[in-house]
Design a protein around this ligand. Structure first.
Ligand code: GDP
Ligand code: MG
Length: 407
């Protein structure tokens, strides 16, 4: 669907598996974000889902105050803005994917099912991730309200309040909803308008975008003349990209030279910019965007370029193989029900690092006080001051154990 305007803010759907994130995303945007056969078969989201929706304010006297459809408002619906949603997988084995998505979230809707005790492990782990990455604009949806009686609804509300106390979500509004029966969407949209404002971005300077997905948009069997170039999607961090810009994608591709591997940025030209299904000549920060290029779609297919950074030719910082981080480590593992204590990080251990949308493992080469050095398996673009999520393998699962600030 072509939207009335390009999107301007990214809102994440976060929370424990099966609590209703994808159902809520579908309710708001009309888009089913679980569409890979594996996701449908297993009934869970595996990849990040992306969808946009407009939010309208209705005139006084209408039945609802906010809606995603102007027809709900009668005459005089005012378009407030268009919002992009990033639907994260809630399964415990997909935490790294959630963290990549969190890198492009400006705010988040934490979905908590009223029929389960709160907090479930990934409710806790996702909230911790938001906290680490500085995502403070949060709305809580108390979902599946249709499945509980009034007593349980009240108890669930108290559990959620108690859980949120002392966290970034302490003051977050709690909206009771049924994503399945479309109950109370109006209140959620109002809370989004009040709590998750569009960020003030810097549209000046060299533009940068984190790649959150990449694809080949051609149908099988397309003739070579009609073949469209590779597409990269994500969210622009700052500055503006324009059709015709010469860009580079970094770290790019690895080339083996004399037994040594080195990385070369990929250079290309922007052929199209699409956001909210609207073709644009230029796009700045906020909202999801897809950038068409002259690249061979083979390079961009199947999320091949996720984690890389797009910039104008010659402007990106050099990729690094080592990160020096000032860490903030949890005392307990939040992502599993047994809440084991977190041991200190030691030299030689392997950690998983989420650096913006990039995910890479690394080996700790030094650990002194709260400072660690990590040698990465894959290079990343890291900016001083940037927050990195740190996970450790515990009982065969990567668990979030802390965050680090790039020095
Ligand atoms: N009764 C009821 N079921 C819901 C509601 N929201 C979601 N569900 C169901 O809960 C299951 C998990 O929902 P899904 O959106 O996939 O959860 P996710 O893992 O958080 O994305 C599905 O079977 C949904 O139909 C709700 O408000 N009420
Ligand atoms: Mg889902």
């Amino acid at each position: 669907m072509k939207l009335p305007r390009p999107p301007e803010v990214n809102i994440g759907m976060v929370g424990h598996v099966d609590h209703g994130k994808s159902t809520l995303t579908k309710l708001i945007t009309g888009v089913k974000t679980d569409y890979f056969s594996e996701e449908i078969k297993r009934g869970i989201s595996i990849k990040l889902g992306y969808a946009d929706a407009p939010i309208y304010r209705c005139p006084e006297g209408s039945e609802v105050r906010y809606s995603t459809r102007p027809s709900d408002c009668g005459n005089g619906a005012v378009l407030e803005r268009v919002v992009s949603f990033v639907d994260s997988p809630g399964h415990e084995s997909l935490m790294a994917t959630m963290l990549s998505g969190a890198a492009i979230m400006d705010g988040a809707i934490m979905v908590i099912a009223a029929n389960e005790k709160c907090p479930m492990p990934q409710t806790r782990e996702h909230l911790t991730a938001l906290n680490f990455l500085g995502i403070k604009n949060i709305v809580i949806v108390q979902n599946k309200i249709d499945l509980v009686n009034e007593e349980r609804a009240m108890e669930s509300y108290r559990e959620i309040k108690e859980f949120a106390r002392g966290t970034v979500a302490e003051d977050a509004p709690i909206i009771p909803m049924s994503a399945l029966d479309n109950a109370n969407l109006d209140a959620l949209l109002e809370a989004i308008e009040q709590r998750i404002p569009t960020k003030k971005y810097n549209e000046e300077g060299d533009p940068m975008m984190y790649i959150a997905r990449s694809f080949d948009v051609n149908r099988p069997g397309t003739s070579p003349e009609e073949l469209k170039g590779g597409v990269v999607g994500g969210s622009i961090l700052s500055g503006k990209f324009r059709v015709g810009d010469k860009i580079e994608i970094s770290p790019g591709i690895s080339v083996a030279k004399g037994g040594k591997k080195s990385w070369m940025p990929i250079q290309t030209v922007i052929t199209s910019i699409i956001s909210g299904n609207i073709p644009l000549e230029e796009k700045g920060p906020g909202g999801l965007v897809a950038i068409g290029t002259e690249l061979d779609p083979f390079l961009t297919k199947a999320d091949n370029l996720v984690g890389m950074v797009v910039g104008l030719e010659g402007t990106l910082p050099k990729p690094v193989f080592r990160l020096s981080l000032k860490t903030n480590i949890l005392t307990k593992v939040v992502g599993s029900s047994d809440e084991l204590p977190v041991d200190r990080i030691i030299k030689g251990e392997t950690l998983l690092m989420n650096v913006a949308t990039a995910v890479t493992v690394g080996t700790v080469s030094q650990s002194k006080g709260d400072i660690i050095d990590v040698e990465l398996r894959y290079p990343v673009i890291a900016i001083p001051g940037q927050r990195v999520a740190i996970s450790r393998k515990i009982h065969n699962r990567w668990r979030l154990i802390g965050s680090g600030t790039v020095s």
